[in-house]
Design a protein around this ligand. Structure first.
Ligand code: CO8
Length: 257
């Protein structure tokens, strides 16, 4: 697979992906999203990879959908081309994805960061949904994910005005996990990725799934899902290893089996 709109490389248990349209602040052309979903699928199937890091460049994680592409679009184009199908593929990735965000994460860029499971940001990061200024609204989850993350009032403030949140504000609002100086961003994301990569991969993947069920299911259904996932993990070698290692007072080594 050749890289084009996204660059990617594997470093041990971590799959790195960089959005690569720097001239247009990584505007998310549909071809870019397709490439991104292809690479994520490939990393998801690669048994050595346990965590994925998605990043942009210092000026922009991504400044939204490619407005040039969207400008002439019609509703039937969106429907015929299943415009959001590749976003659906990204949502289905079972391994944890860490967004390392510097600069602008706007519109589809903010939505893409929110599709990731954890967000580490540099002090320069800015998050927002400015679609209202273009005569539209968010289309890749902004009204839903931002509302779940921030609550209705703060989500409405951003979506109705197009205002941006600074990294510090995003941290206080619970949208992101950590803010670091720009020079530390890559190292911080990598450190977090390695920490998760040392955990049992099947438990990590089921934990990710179970947490998202909290939004989709009733409490009773969510508790049932969690219990079944908990039972299932007792069929893994990693459960035996984890508990044996504790009792034997040694460090566990997890194989993802
Ligand atoms: N699409 C296309 N080109 C863009 C985009 C974009 N979203 N953002 C920036 N660019 C281009 C600019 O046109 C400019 O190109 P050129 O050098 O050829 O003139 C280049 O990137 C650099 O941008 P600026 O000169 O504007 O840089 P500034 O630092 O002055 O400003 C901003 C940075 C504030 C981020 C500004 O570029 C901006 O407002 N960008 C648009 C932000 C926006 O409105 N995003 C929302 C887009 S709509 C959307 O995301 C809908 C989501 C739907 C689902 C997702 C489907 C993929």
């Amino acid at each position: 697979m050749k890289d084009h709109f996204v660059k990617f490389e594997k470093q041990g248990a971590v799959g790195h992906i960089r959005l690569n349209r720097p001239d247009v602040l990584n505007a998310l052309h549909s071809d870019l999203i397709r490439e991104l979903a292809d690479v994520m699928d490939r990393f998801d199937q690669d048994e050595e990879i346990r965590v994925i890091i998605l990043t942009g460049n210092e000026k922009a994680f991504a400044a939204g959908a490619d407005i040039e592409e969207l400008r002439a679009a019609t509703p039937t184009d969106f429907m015929r081309n299943a415009f959001f199908a590749d976003w659906g593929r990204i949502r289905q990735i079972s391994k944890p994805i860490i967004a390392a965000v510097s600069g602008f994460a706007l519109g589809g860029g903010c939505e893409l960061a929110m599709c990731c499971d954890l967000i580490v940001a540099s002090e320069t990061a800015k998050f927002g949904q400015p679609e209202i200024n273009l005569g539209v609204i968010p289309g890749a989850g902004g009204t839903q994910r931002l509302t779940r993350a921030l609550g209705e009032k703060r989500a409405l403030q951003l979506i109705l005005t197009g205002e941006m949140l600074s990294a510090e504000e995003a941290l206080h609002a619970g949208l992101i996990n950590k803010v670091v100086p720009v020079d530390d961003l890559a190292a911080e994301a990598n450190q977090l990725a390695l920490k998760i990569a040392a955990r049992p991969p099947l438990a990590v993947q089921l934990a990710k799934k179970a947490v998202y069920k909290a939004n989709d299911l009733t409490l009773e259904e969510g508790l049932q899902f969690e219990q079944h996932a908990f039972y299932l993990l007792f069929a893994t070698e990693d459960q035996t290893e984890g508990m044996d290692a504790f009792v034997e007072k040694r460090k566990a080594t997890f194989q993802g089996k």
